[in-house]
Design a binder for this molecule. Structure first.
Ligand code: NAG
Ligand code: NAG
Ligand code: NAG
Ligand code: NAG
Ligand code: NAG
Ligand code: NAG
Ligand code: NAG
Length: 334
């Protein structure tokens, strides 16, 4: 997540905007809009095309069928927490989800409150999943992006406050610090978030470091251990990047550029292009995370779904906050 703009962000991002390569902007379709001051944090797409999305302002996991025109259904409320964050599918219809105490209003993460849960649709007859806690992580300070490495049966979870990546065994819940280096750590003590979005793709861990303005990668082997050195793919200290998705055919990353209200791409060559939204636009107001659709209709259009926080962190034009949205962007012309 990226919860807040720095006070002076607007001034910085104006210059940043000028430096971006601006392609023809893609149209943005709204799937659903929530009331103002809602904060959608992350999402995962189920194999049948429905979308699971998490709320940071309330401890809720929601499901929405993007083709139905119907609103979200409540999957689960996590009663002992203020927020729900990262979500990833670990086997077909089995998801891992992070809960914890984060206050959107106070922009504060409460260390020691985080846990990882399993949301299991595999044996569901009623449609409702079985929900169980995998483990608490009392040492964690602010769990954010999460990804899964199947060959290692391991979750990797960004700790945005401690500036490191945890690794957790999906069967036992045992966890260790897996990556803790200058590319995951904070650049400034005052940064709310260091390592933030996190994805495994093509034998490589990719992450954003929001406070530093970096997109970085680290090759890992089939056991989930580093197999090479971490490096920056893109760097711009004035741009705050949140969570992202990687297109499997091209290796192009689609990222949330939260406080400039845009979705940007970064290619393997490190070139950044703005593809949707705009600094003063509410089309994608403070994007937080992206995930590609999985139905044949999604694949045909290259549809990527985006969650937003409605510009809570840095109001558009200094004043406008809109309701958070789930939006769809078709990245292939048909
Ligand atoms: C996926 O399955 C759920 C039932 O588990 C159903 O509510 C939902 O509409 C389905 N989604 C799609 C896109 O068919
Ligand atoms: C989260 O905060 C609430 C309200 O302050 C508190 O009741 C709850 O115990 C906290 N949860 C955890 C896991 O510490
Ligand atoms: C991460 O590395 C920093 C220094 O590079 C160190 O101070 C810190 O204790 C490490 N954190 C953990 C949990 O190992
Ligand atoms: C480590 O990476 C090299 C290529 O850089 C590859 O040949 C090797 O198989 C990898 N090791 C493991 C254990 O995956
Ligand atoms: C996967 O990684 C290999 C080795 O670095 C690279 O040659 C290949 O282009 C990558 N594939 C994609 C789809 O990015
Ligand atoms: C922000 O201001 C610009 C220029 O005045 C205007 O075109 C735009 O509609 C405004 N955006 C919002 C979301 O109000
Ligand atoms: C956004 O609006 C500000 C005024 O609020 C204006 O100075 C700036 O030129 C606008 N930028 C773009 C990219 O429209």
């Amino acid at each position: 997540m990226t919860a807040s703009g720095r006070c002076n962000m607007k001034i910085f991002v104006f210059f940043t905007f000028l430096a971006l390569t601006v392609a023809q902007k893609l149209p943005v379709r709204s799937i659903w809009q929530w009331p103002q001051y809602t904060f959608l944090e992350n999402l995962a797409v189920r194999q049948n095309g429905s979308i699971l999305t998490t709320r940071l302002d309330e401890p809720l996991l929601l499901e929405i069928d993007p083709f139905s025109g119907q609103g979200p259904q409540l999957v689960h409320q996590f009663p002992e927490y203020l927020a729900v964050g990262g979500i990833v599918e670990t086997e077909p219809d089995l998801f891992a989800v992070v809960s914890g105490n984060f206050s959107v209003l106070k922009l504060t993460s409460y260390a020691g409150t985080y846990a990882v849960w399993k949301v299991d649709y595999r044996c569901s007859k009623s449609g409702a999943p079985e929900i169980s806690k995998l483990t608490d992580i009392p040492q964690a300070a602010f769990l954010d992006g999460m990804t899964y490495v199947p060959s290692a049966k391991a979750l990797f979870i960004a700790d945005a406050q401690l500036g490191l990546i945890w690794r957790m065994d999906i069967q036992t819940g045992k966890y260790v610090v897996a990556v803790n280096n200058t590319l995951t750590q904070k650049c400034h003590a005052t940064d709310l978030e260091a390592v933030n979005g996190l994805k495994y793709f093509n034998s490589t861990l990719y992450w954003t470091n929001s406070g530093c303005g970096w997109f970085a990668k680290l090759p890992i082997d089939t056991n989930g251990n580093p197999n090479g050195t971490a490096s920056k793919i893109y760097s711009n200290s004035e741009l705050s990047l949140d969570d992202f998705a990687i297109a499997s055919s091209s290796g192009i990353a689609y990222l949330s550029a939260s406080f400039i209200n845009q979705v940007v791409t970064i290619g393997p060559d490190g070139k950044l292009t703005s593809i949707a939204g705009g600094l003063n636009s509410s089309d994608v107001a403070q994007p937080t995370a992206l995930a590609f659709g999985r139905t044949s209709a999604d694949l045909k259009k290259g549809t990527v779904y985006v969650t937003t926080a409605g510009a809570i962190g840095d109001p558009i034009n200094g004043t406008t906050i809109v309701g958070a949205q789930l939006v769809a962007i078709d990245t292939k012309s048909t």
